[in-house]
Write a protein that binds this ligand. Structure first.
Ligand SMILES: COc1cc(/C=C/C(=O)SCCNC(=O)CCNC(=O)[C@H](O)C(C)(C)COP(=O)(O)OP(=O)(O)OC[C@H]2O[C@@H](n3cnc4c(N)ncnc43)[C@H](O)[C@@H]2OP(=O)(O)O)ccc1O
Ligand SMILES: O=C(O)CCC(=O)C(=O)O
Ligand SMILES: [Fe+2]
Length: 359
């Protein structure tokens, strides 16, 4: 009874400590708890013990040094169709830049809570800068063991004015250097749809807005009961993910049932297709479900850079795709900001957001 009382008092103080005071799950983890607060306990179906993991399968690793070579073009388009996920090496973003971004992420999360609190929705100078925990605590029955900073890019000037000084220069440098990956990937993926000329309008449709998130997954006292990130697909056109050397990201295998681990490779970037590209390609490229498990032994960070349509764009199957392949549209036209708002209004639920656009 005394134990129950202590736990319910703890639940009451949890929101205050994690969300209002800005300690996040990082603060909980550092308290050295030996049990998991109830709000983080996930249903059995979402726990890692319910995952069937295929050990012998892995997502493709593609050498980008000759990205316009037909075999590389084919490897990328095949991976985008079959897996929706692949890793790239020799991509042209310097190793030092990747290290700087990881260090900057650790520097941001290492700030005292009173500094980080400035970036909460309630205190932040703009909704383009948002520090939060889990995914959408207000909408979730069970929370995720993750803190994150989400930064929407408008211009260098705005970023320099409002992004946290602890990480903004390194992030801006990284985003600039990622151009050498973004441009070839868009060209190759469009080539796979028989689109050889990408005019201004299409560039903007495919890559008109950028968002970068810094994810921090602290050590967890009972990782088997919770998740780092629940099953979801990204709503981006595609995502460039930088992960550290801890591991824990799993993607849905092509059988639609099992899971495959994405092993950290030093210097590699993980690329995954998002819902916007699945819609624009009329289902040819797949935005595959993925998730992150929690772990007991090490803190983990990851940095997804989401390449998105502009919020004001209407997305739907590209006319070239329908005409070239003589296909009927599988998705309706949707305003991209309506699509993302729908994603942000509910807890992670696999690929359910796509239902909004399905015909
Ligand atoms: C965080 O954990 C995640 C994230 C992900 C993300 C995967 C992606 O693919 S991100 C790419 C999404 N695309 C874009 O951001 C570009 C398009 N952006 C927009 O259209 C707009 O920024 C907007 C999303 C529509 C928001 O604009 P605005 O109308 O100005 O609205 P706000 O008042 O800022 O927010 C409204 C509402 O949305 C929620 N929300 C907004 N931004 C975020 C964010 N970065 N993270 C979480 N939630 C956000 C928020 O709940 C707001 O509701 P309120 O009730 O709080 O007002 C994958 C996996 C993860 O675990
Ligand atoms: O942490 C990871 O490896 C993946 C994170 C993720 O899927 C996301 O932030 O959308
Ligand atoms: Fe994701």
């Amino acid at each position: 009874m005394a134990q129950e009382m202590r736990l319910s008092e703890e639940e009451a103080g949890l929101t205050e400590f994690v969300i209002k005071e800005g300690h996040g799950v990082k603060g909980l983890s550092e308290m050295g708890l030996n049990h998991l607060p109830k709000r983080y306990v996930q249903p059995q179906s979402e726990r890692s013990s319910s995952m069937q993991v295929l050990q012998d399968l892995s997502i493709p690793i593609i050498d980008m040094s000759k990205w316009d070579d037909p075999t590389v073009v084919k490897a990328i388009c095949d991976a985008a169709e079959k897996w929706g996920f692949f890793q790239i090496i020799n991509h042209g973003v310097p190793l030092e830049t990747l290290e700087n971004v990881k260090e900057a992420t650790l520097a941001f999360f290492g700030l005292p809570p009173e500094e980080k609190r400035k970036y909460f929705k309630e205190n932040s100078p703009s909704n383009h800068v948002r520090l939060s925990t889990s995914f959408i605590p207000e909408a979730e029955n069970a929370m995720e063991w993750k803190d994150y900073l989400s930064l929407f890019y408008v211009s260098d000037d705005e970023a320099l004015a409002i992004w946290p000084p602890a990480c903004r220069d390194q992030l801006l440098d990284y985003m600039r250097k990622c151009e050498v990956v973004i441009k070839p990937l868009v060209q190759v993926l469009m080539k796979g749809l028989n689109i050889d000329v990408i005019d201004e309008k299409k560039w903007s449709l495919l890559t008109g807005s950028l968002r970068i998130n810094l994810n921090y997954y602290p050590k967890c006292p009972k990782p088997e009961l919770t998740v780092g990130v629940g099953r979801h697909s990204d709503v981006s056109t595609f995502t460039i993910l930088l992960q550290d050397d801890i591991g824990g990201l799993y993607v849905r295998a092509p059988d639609g049932q099992s899971w495959v681990h994405v092993p950290p490779i030093n210097g590699a970037l993980v690329i995954n297709m998002g819902d916007a590209l699945q819609i624009l390609s009329n289902g040819k490229y797949k935005s595959i479900e993925h998730r992150v498990i929690a772990n007991a032994t090490a803190d983990r960070i990851s940095i997804p850079l989401f390449i998105n349509p502009k919020p004001s764009e209407v997305i739907g199957p590209l006319t070239e795709v329908l005409d070239n392949a003589g296909e009927k549209p599988k998705y309706k036209n949707v305003l991209y900001s309506d699509y993302t708002l729908h994603f942000y209004r509910k807890a992670h639920d696999g690929k359910d957001t796509l239902e909004l656009a399905k015909i």
